[in-house]
Design a protein around this ligand. Structure first.
Ligand SMILES: [Zn+2]
Length: 290
């Protein structure tokens, strides 16, 4: 091994480390004198501030929760944001206290999902200026996924079924709405298949070769054409700290978590490319480490 290359750290031998084989440590880049601005340092350019409520799975007067634009490898990856254009260290006492309440509440909601053993809660803040807390669900029994590499595994694991993902989003949104605010995510539509449309192996006729899975599926979690769901009405015990207000704006692109994993910081255009769960155009979603 060349002299200037430091030895591999111990964590590369941890069971949770996702890679094996020949590796070496990257050369360390020289530090910059002045760090570049993060995405959305200016509120007018902030993706979070400019994203309408219907791109989120749950909203309240001061907080919003969004998902990725598509399912990933983990059972659930969600982001908690305050409505105010603030970072974590700038929160006034009211929001700081509510951040604690919301963190606990969201952790419980995600942990209540089937197959979830643990919920990792992270705040990096290197990519985007607007406070966004990451909640990543670690699948039950997957001991290899324990610890700090969970965000990497999210991009490595096979993507979970979209139906299950949407059901989980609706469950979490409904859980949060029990305490106040409004659930935006709805359960996926039931995909009912008529017996006459079933195609058997060897049947080469053109008639319904494959059930049209997309026909009855909402294009987004907040499909405007969907009827109001049971989650539109808070179930009980409305939390006075979490009032509701729902502007009705056009969908807007928003950042996602896997991009953040791939870079130390998130370029502005990268954040702009990523989009939240409900954004219709095909773009990217936010990535942990942002
Ligand atoms: Zn903002």
């Amino acid at each position: 091994m060349p002299e200037n290359i430091p030895p591999l750290p111990d964590f590369t031998r941890w069971p949770s480390f996702p890679f094996e084989g020949d590796m070496r440590v990257k050369p360390l880049a020289a530090p910059v004198d002045v760090e570049p601005p993060r995405s959305g340092e200016d509120a007018a350019e902030c993706v979070a501030c400019n994203t309408p409520d219907d791109a989120y799975i749950w909203i309240s007067e001061r907080w919003r929760v969004r998902a990725m634009d598509r399912p990933t490898g983990l059972p659930m990856v969600l982001i908690l944001e305050c409505r105010s254009h603030l970072d974590i260290g700038d929160l006034p006492n009211l929001l700081a206290a509510e951040l604690g309440v919301m963190t606990v509440r969201l952790e419980r909601a995600i942990r209540s999902l089937d197959g979830v053993a643990r919920v990792h809660v992270n705040r990096w803040g290197d990519g985007s200026a607007h406070l966004h807390m990451w909640f990543l669900a670690r699948p039950y029994g997957r001991l290899q996924l324990r610890g700090t590499f969970l965000t990497l595994w999210d991009d490595i694991l096979p993507v979970i079924p979209e139906q299950q993902w949407r059901e989980n989003l609706a469950l979490v949104a409904a859980w949060l709405a029990d305490f106040g605010g409004t659930a935006i995510a709805e359960p996926p539509h039931i995909q009912w298949e008529s017996p006459s449309t079933i195609t058997y192996a060897g049947d080469n006729t053109d008639e319904s070769p494959e059930p049209d899975a997309d026909a009855s599926r909402p294009t987004s979690l907040n499909d405007a054409s969907s009827p109001p769901s049971q989650f539109d009405t808070p179930i009980n015990d409305a939390d006075p700290h979490m009032p509701t207000s729902i502007p009705n704006n056009e969908p807007h692109p928003h950042p996602s978590p896997s991009d953040l994993l791939r870079s130390d910081t998130i370029p502005a255009q990268r954040a702009a490319e990523s989009q939240p769960v409900a954004a219709p155009p095909a773009t990217a979603a936010p990535t942990p480490n942002s």
